[in-house]
Design a protein around this ligand. Structure first.
Ligand code: ZN
Length: 107
């Protein structure tokens, strides 16, 4: 299972999906890379049928808002296995980082 790289404030332990030059919660200057479990649940999802230029030819594809087990909320590409249907609260797991962001798979 791939771990998901996020960023945590050394002072308040606040989590962020992207690198920060300073903590957006408490202002502390040290935000470090951390490895999260890559497990989470679907808070929301949608199917993109009309893609922006950069993603044309990939539609339809699914995008989800995922609440990671550690408390961080992220937006990611979602793979739904053949024969499955996504639902709010369904578990998902991190697959890989792609050039445009993280990709998760419904489990
Ligand atoms: Zn902080």
């Amino acid at each position: 299972m791939a771990s998901f790289e996020a960023f945590a404030c050394d002072a308040c332990k606040g989590l962020f999906a992207r690198p920060q030059s300073a903590c957006r919660r408490c202002g502390a200057p040290t935000v470090l890379s951390v490895n999260l479990s890559g497990r989470g649940t679907l808070a929301s999802f949608t199917t993109i049928r009309v893609a922006p230029t950069a993603f044309q030819g990939q539609e339809p594809y699914d995008i989800a808002v995922i609440d990671l087990d550690e408390g961080l909320r992220i937006t990611a590409r979602l793979t739904v296995p053949e024969g499955r249907e996504a639902g709010i609260g369904d578990p998902a797991i991190f697959e890989e980082m792609r050039p445009y962001g993280p990709a998760f798979r419904l489990i």
